[in-house]
Design a protein around this ligand. Structure first.
Ligand code: NA7
Length: 560
């Protein structure tokens, strides 16, 4: 742990999750004086927090791990194709310890504000423990889904049992045996937790507002022999991830949907339904994402698979989405999820028909009746992608607040910089490639790019970098254009900035949060900027007018 007496750093990284860990590794390699701050009690980000039963990757484990170190790749044995939260946390701790990164990290440090001090060309950060830290660069490694959003039901504080959002699932084991449990929400998280606890609780009632399309994860163990094979193929695996739109091993089927016969299509879908992970989504025909008719035909296929798995036809129909097609929202992957509803102790309440009115001392009241519970689990999602930025009072040049600037939706340069917020870098920011890819593949790209920018600035003696407004507007327009062909633009999901629990985000007014052009296109775009001497960025240099160091500096823009 760095000395808490140190108050100035060259770089402060906010967030000690997957992105922050890799970022501090690169900064420490370069000998840059940096620290990582995290509000949590330990490192791991998403994998520190989300301890709910069933929490695991939907990415193949060996494509989720870092690719930067051959030694690390050779040492780590992924035990399951889709690894679970405790193992993922162990992995991130292993990485931090192996590269001795913990010494740069400060925990239980919530950043409350970050203000750019233009006179001194510095960022001033206020921490919840009362300290003020300064730095020349802030790197936001704050995660995409790190601000949980519980619902806003009346009476939530009255409940006498235990209740928690899945993000805050307790660290100590929760006794589930014999308990009456409610789960609210059927997104990726709800689907994981419901399937996992159905046979462990006394009674489980699922409160579903809108069903999600979901398909089998097809998880399994990875033996020593398989792991040896994966190790031998790592170069090839990462090469494949780099050329696919989503940064996975899954490559889309290049045959045209309409050039194949119905039999050929069904043969592919039968195969994909039994294949691991996102294959069903990402190895599918590309038209599934863009063409209503193709999407509808495939959605009907999946609906039939659901009907075949759920015994009660009325329940099956309730589990089939009607307001959106398969894959236009993030597809939750499941393990025996639909079979959970065949159990006598599992009940489905459709709260689109009978909404929750309030939380009572003993449970929940819908418009139809009262329910009694020992535990209420809120699997109600996150203030995605921009939430973690909005939660910090970030002010750039002239005291402009980032949350005001982004009130109608974010506008960024490459998803990594914001005009008027100099030296403020976001390796996995809104509109970057990370949000729509296999996350670590995206963050390695983003972190490498940000680090190369710092190296470039060092080489040229630049001390300040700011994106131009024009470059930012062009990027935001490109991001918007990338949504235009996608059916997902019409869906009410976190990809489009919808969240019913966040004031202002509940009406489904689209916010362009993710980059939909695919990973290869994103990488080529950001590489082009770097190759052109960071076209779109204005650099500046501090010149010492009245002495050296903090407080005595003057800023000059560099003509290029
Ligand atoms: P999601 O995917 O945003 O799902 C949240 C779920 O909670 C979804 O079913 C919502 O229904 C439901 N929800 C949210 N608020 C309410 C209220 N107030 N009342 C009833 N139901 C509600 O979040 P997840 O945590 O499952 O997944 C997030 C990402 O984490 C996931 O995509 C992966 O990348 C990992 P709705 O659909 O809005 O009607």
């Amino acid at each position: 742990m760095p000395a808490k007496s140190q108050s100035h750093y060259e770089v402060i990284v906010i967030g000690a999750g997957v992105a922050g860990i890799y970022q501090i590794k690169l900064l420490s390699d370069l000998g840059i004086d940096a620290t990582v701050l995290d509000a949590a009690g330990d490192l791991g980000g998403t994998w520190y927090w989300n301890r709910y039963p069933g929490s695991r990757f939907d990415s193949e484990s060996y494509t989720y791990g870092y690719s930067f170190s051959k030694e690390l790749l050779n040492e780590w044995h992924w035990k399951e194709r889709f690894s679970s939260q405790p193992e993922n946390r162990r992995y991130l701790n292993y990485v931090a310890d192996k590269f001795d990164l913990r010494k740069y990290m400060q925990f239980n440090c919530k950043v409350e504000s970050a203000h750019f001090d233009e006179t001194n060309d510095l960022w001033r950060l206020r921490i919840n423990d009362g300290r003020e830290l300064t730095c020349h660069f802030v790197i936001m490694a704050v995660g995409l889904l790190s601000i949980p959003t519980p619902p806003r039901f009346k009476g939530m504080d009255k409940f006498k049992g235990r209740s928690f959002h899945t993000f805050y699932w307790p660290h100590e084991p929760v006794e589930l045996a014999g308990k009456r449990v409610a789960v609210i929400g059927t997104g990726a998280t709800g689907i994981q937790v419901i399937a996992e606890i159905a046979d462990k609780v006394g009674d489980l009632t699922v409160f579903q507002r809108r069903p999600n399309w979901s398909a089998p994860l097809n998880n399994g163990p990875i033996s020593n022999v398989e792991m040896a094979d994966i190790r031998a193929r790592y170069d090839e695996i990462f090469k494949t991830c780099a050329r696919t739109p989503g940064g996975f091993e899954h490559e889309p089927d290049r045959r045209g949907f309409y050039e194949t016969s119905r039999e050929e299509r069904v043969a592919l879908w039968d195969k994909l339904y039994d294949s691991p992970g996102f294959a069903i989504w990402l190895r599918n025909f590309r038209e599934i994402f863009t063409d209503e008719k193709a999407n509808a035909e495939f959605s009907t296929y999946i609906a039939d698979r659901i009907r075949r798995r759920v015994k009660d036809p009325a329940v099956a129909e309730k589990l089939i989405p009607r307001d959106h097609g398969f894959g236009v929202q993030r597809v939750p992957m499941e393990t025996h999820y639909f079979e959970a509803y065949n159990r006598d102790n599992v009940h489905l309440v459709d709260i689109s028909e009978t909404p929750i009115v309030e939380v009572t001392e003993t449970g929940l009241r819908t418009t139809q009746r009262d329910y009694e519970f020992d535990i209420i689990v809120y699997a109600t999602g996150f203030d995605a992608i921009t939430g973690a930025f909005d939660h910090i009072d970030i002010q750039g040049v002239d005291g402009v607040k980032l949350r005001d600037q982004w009130s109608e939706g974010p506008s960024t340069f490459l998803g990594m910089m914001v005009h008027g917020f100099p030296n403020f870098l976001m390796p996995s920011g809104p509109q970057s490639g990370s949000a729509s890819t296999n996350y670590p593949r995206g963050i390695e790209t983003g972190v490498n790019w940000c680090t190369n920018l710092l190296k470039y600035m060092r080489k040229h003696g630049y001390t300040r970098a700011d994106a131009t407004l024009g470059a930012q507007e062009r990027w935001a327009a490109h991001v918007k254009e990338m949504y235009s062909a996608m059916l997902m633009r019409k869906a009410k999901s976190w990809f489009t900035g919808y969240n019913s629990n966040v004031p202002g985000h509940e009406h489904g007014k689209i916010r362009y949060l993710v980059y939909n052009g695919g990973s290869p296109k994103y990488v080529s775009k950001i590489r082009e900027v770097a190759d052109k001497d960071y076209a779109g960025i204005v650099f500046g240099r501090r010149s010492s007018r009245s002495g050296k160091g903090v407080g005595g500096e003057h800023f000059e823009e560099v003509a290029r």
